[in-house]
Design a protein around this ligand. Structure first.
Ligand code: CS2
Ligand code: MG
Length: 419
C-alpha cells in the first residue's frame, strides 16, 4: 500500500536540521543597484546571496520575494542540492537569467549558512584550496592607445599580472568598456538606455595597433586580455584573432553572440588566439556544445547568473573534462557577495583559469564589509567562516533603488545592433 504520510518530502525536517525562519530581499544602490537575499535560520545564523541582474534588477527581486521566499520558510537550510533541484525542476519554467539568478541567490545564501555553521571558510567545504590565491585581471582603458597604456602601467604598478585593454575607437563618439572614471567603471549609466554608434570596420582597425603598442611598452611578462562585447560576426572575430596572434593575447572575450554555439567553430578554424565566453550564460545548456567541441578555452559563467555555486561547479566539472578553464565574470554589477563566492569557488576548483576583478567603489564596500583582499595581482577570500561578506542594512537603506540601463548599439546607418 502506498502510505502518503510516509512519502519523502523536500521540506521534511531531519535530525540536525536547520529550519529557515526568514527570507527577504534587500535592494540598495550605493552607486549602483544590488539585489541581495538574506536567509535566516531558527538558531539565528544567516546567509547572503546576490541576485543582481544589471538593468533588470526588480524582475529578479520580485521573483525571489514573491515566488521563492514563501517556499523557503520551514525548509532545512542544510539541504542545498535538494533545494536547488526543487527550485529548478519544481518551477516548470526552467532556466533563463531571471530564474537562475533567483536560484543562485538561494544557493549562495545556503552555502554561506552551511559554512558558518561548520565554522569554516566556504572554500573548505568545496574540497579545500587547489592553489594559494586567485589570480585576477584588472581593466585598463583609455580614449587613446597612449592613455590605455598609461593606465595599464598603473595596474602593473599595483601588482596586476593580467590586464584587460580597451581603447576608444577613432571615429566613434563613445566605446563600451571605455570609461571616464578609471578605477570604477560602471556601464549601466542612464535612466533610459544611452544609444551608442558602432562600426565593426573602424573597431577592427583599432585593436591590433593597441596590442602592438602594449607589447612594446609593457613587455611579455604580463597577460593581456580584450573584450569584444559580442560585437563581431564569427568571420570578423576570426580575422581579429589572427591579427592579434603575434601579440599573444591571454584571451579574446565574447567575440560573437553565443546563442548559436556552433558559431564558434568558424572562429576556431581561423585563429589560435584563446577564446572566452559566458558572462551572460545562465545554465550548463548554454555552453554544453562550446565545451564538448572544445570551441572555447575559458568559460566565463558566474555564480550569480548561472545558478549559484552548485550549478557553476557542475559547469566547471564538464569543462574540466575538455580542458576548458574558468574565467568568471567579475564586473561591478556583481556584488561583493558574488565576488566572495567566486573567490571560494576559484580557490577550490581544479580547472581555475583567471578571475575578473573590477574594483567596487568605497560606497559599495562600506555597505558590504568583506574579508577578501587583493595583494600582488591576486585575491584571497579570507578565513572568516562562511563567505566572509556581510550587509550593513542600516547603511543599505540610505541608498534607494535608481533605475539604470546598459547602453544599446546602433550601426552608423541606424540599424539596431548586434547582429
Ligand atoms: C563586461 C561587463 O566585465 C565585463 O567583461 O562585459 O562590463 C558587462 O558588460 C557588464 O557586467 C554587464 O552587466
Ligand atoms: Mg565582458
Amino acid at each position: 500500500m502506498n502510505d502518503m504520510s510516509a512519502s519523502p518530502s523536500a521540506s521534511q525536517i531531519h535530525h540536525g536540521a536547520l529550519p529557515i525562519t526568514d527570507a527577504r530581499v534587500i535592494i540598495t544602490c550605493p552607486g549602483r543597484n544590488f539585489v541581495t537575499l538574506k536567509i535566516t535560520t531558527a538558531e539565528g545564523t544567516y546567509g547572503l546571496g546576490d541576485a543582481t541582474l544589471n538593468g533588470r534588477e526588480l524582475a529578479v527581486a520580485a521573483y525571489v520575494q514573491e515566488h521563492v521566499c514563501p517556499l523557503l520558510i520551514g525548509r532545512d537550510a542544510h539541504r542545498i542540492e535538494d533545494t536547488w533541484q526543487y527550485l529548478y525542476k519544481g518551477a516548470y519554467w526552467r532556466g533563463g537569467p531571471v530564474g537562475m539568478a533567483a536560484i543562485a541567490a538561494v544557493d549562495v545564501a545556503l552555502w554561506d549558512i552551511k559554512a558558518k555553521v561548520a565554522g569554516l571558510p566556504l572554500y573548505q567545504l568545496l574540497g579545500g584550496a587547489c592553489r594559494n590565491h586567485v589570480t585576477v585581471y584588472g581593466h585598463a582603458n583609455g580614449e587613446t592607445i597612449d592613455d590605455t597604456i598609461a593606465e595599464a602601467r598603473r595596474y602593473q604598478a599595483m601588482g596586476y599580472r593580467a590586464i584587460r585593454l580597451q581603447t576608444g575607437v577613432p571615429g566613434l563618439a563613445s566605446t563600451y568598456g571605455v570609461s571616464r572614471d578609471k578605477m570604477f567603471y560602471e556601464p549601466a549609466d542612464a535612466h533610459l538606455p544611452t544609444e551608442n554608434v558602432w562600426s565593426s570596420e573602424k573597431y577592427l582597425r583599432s585593436v591590433p595597433p593597441l596590442f602592438a603598442a602594449a607589447r612594446e611598452a609593457l613587455g611579455w611578462d604580463v597577460h593581456l586580455l580584450h573584450d569584444i562585447h559580442h560585437r563581431l560576426t564569427p568571420i570578423e572575430a576570426g580575422r581579429l584573432g589572427k591579427d592579434l596572434e603575434p601579440y599573444r593575447p591571454f584571451w579574446l572575450e565574447d567575440a560573437t553572440p553565443a546563442e548559436n554555439q556552433a558559431a564558434f567553430r568558424l572562429i576556431r578554424q581561423h585563429t589560435t588566439t584563446p577564446l572566452a565566453v559566458g558572462e551572460t550564460f545562465s545554465s550548463i545548456w548554454n555552453c554544453k556544445q562550446l565545451i564538448e567541441e572544445q570551441l572555447i578555452d575559458y568559460i566565463r559563467a558566474t555564480v550569480v547568473h548561472a545558478g549559484g555555486i552548485t550549478h557553476l561547479r557542475r559547469i566547471a566539472g564538464l569543462a574540466d573534462l575538455y580542458g576548458v578553464r574558468t574565467g568568471c565574470h567579475g564586473a561591478t554589477d556583481l556584488s561583493p557577495v558574488s565576488m566572495a563566492a567566486a573567490l571560494h569557488f576559484g580557490l577550490s576548483v581544479p580547472n581555475f583559469g583567471i578571475q575578473e576583478y573590477m574594483r567596487h567603489t568605497a560606497e559599495t564596500d562600506a555597505v558590504f564589509p568583506h574579508a577578501y583582499g587583493f595583494e600582488g595581482g591576486m585575491l584571497s577570500p579570507g578565513e572568516q567562516a562562511g563567505l566572509g561578506v556581510d550587509l550593513d542594512e542600516a547603511l543599505a537603506a540610505q541608498y534607494p533603488y535608481r533605475r539604470a540601463y546598459l547602453p544599446v548599439n546602433r550601426l552608423e546607418d541606424g540599424t539596431m545592433f548586434n547582429w
